[in-house]
Design a protein around this ligand. Sequence first.
Ligand SMILES: Cc1cc2nc3c(=O)[nH]c(=O)nc-3n(C[C@H](O)[C@H](O)[C@H](O)COP(=O)(O)OP(=O)(O)OC[C@H]3O[C@@H](n4cnc5c(N)ncnc54)[C@H](O)[C@@H]3O)c2cc1C
Length: 326
Amino acid sequence: MSEVFIVVEHRLGEIRDITFEMLWKAGELAQKLSCSVSAILLGHEVSSVAEAISDRADKIIIFDDERLKDFNADISKEIMAGLIGESKPALTLIGNTSWGMELAPCLAVRTGLPLATDCIDIGFKDDKPTVQRQMYGGKIFSDVSFSPSAGYLVTIRSGVFPKDRIGDRQAQIVHKDLSLKDIPLKKEFIEFVETAAGDVDITQAELLVSVGRGVGEEENILLVKELAEALNGVLSCSRPIVDKNWLPKYLQVGSSGKSVGPKVYIAVGISGAFQHLAGLSGAGTIIAINKDPKAPIFRTADYGIVGDLFKIVPVLKDKVLETKKG
Ligand SMILES: Cc1cc2nc3c(=O)[nH]c(=O)nc-3n(C[C@H](O)[C@H](O)[C@H](O)COP(=O)(O)OP(=O)(O)OC[C@H]3O[C@@H](n4cnc5c(N)ncnc54)[C@H](O)[C@@H]3O)c2cc1C
């Protein structure tokens, strides 16, 4: 294998975590397979973005153009198709994000390359990638191989790989002109709407305290929220809590919610259904509080506390606050 492409994802000058995660995976593949990592950066005035990833790629190919200020899959598709045709990378990684979910399928159609989406791991066998995907809401892991092709497209689920740097690289910066003149645009960017004040992105949190149906009543969520606040963490939840309209959907962890990658995940009154665990593959240390010693969450948790959350959570919170006071 010669070269792995990753499509850099950034927004308003900020690099999205998925970029670092893909660079980590590409770096790991590069170490194993002696290939190079090229980051493809589309945007406008993106030198600081390039700077921030320059020690994680061998090459950064930059298309800097006013027309690329905001993401538009129509333009990105044309640029990527041209670049893939020219460089023939063995593999192109794209985030399985709102960007990537729009770009990857149309790029696959445009280039004729095979695409595997929402992958949670990638390996190589007989010079071809093999990817791992989840099926049936995370109940089954499937290993997928491709028919032989000149290249392969893979979208990567957020939060499944570390964000750390792997290897020590020094990227060569290559600037390319956007020679495409008349790209037929079927969509236009209208505006970027920030999430409302107070809203949080649980995929970015380092510590999540997640509340499940074991909490019993809506008003009891406050107890768990206070523990999250004491720990400087963020509150998240399982699906029944959202279904009951006790918390908003964007706080839901799991296969029909968000995949998260906190350093620490504390599950309070959550049984550990596979749909919930499907969102936890990127989590570091998992701690479970549950009164049922046979709850499936204990099979996944690194630490477990068997007991009544109404007794345990207040004690934990007080201990944390005491420790903070010194
Ligand atoms: C297509 C599909 C998609 C889904 N997607 C998701 C998803 O994205 N995320 C998700 O979370 N679920 C999802 N689900 C639902 C999932 O199957 C489970 O129903 C759900 O995860 C259960 O949530 P829970 O653990 O909070 O509740 P329960 O399974 O009811 O567990 C509650 C737990 O609390 C414990 N408990 C009760 N009282 C106490 C107490 N006082 N102290 C301590 N522990 C106590 C119990 O022992 C129990 O283990 C999905 C289901 C389907 C069919």
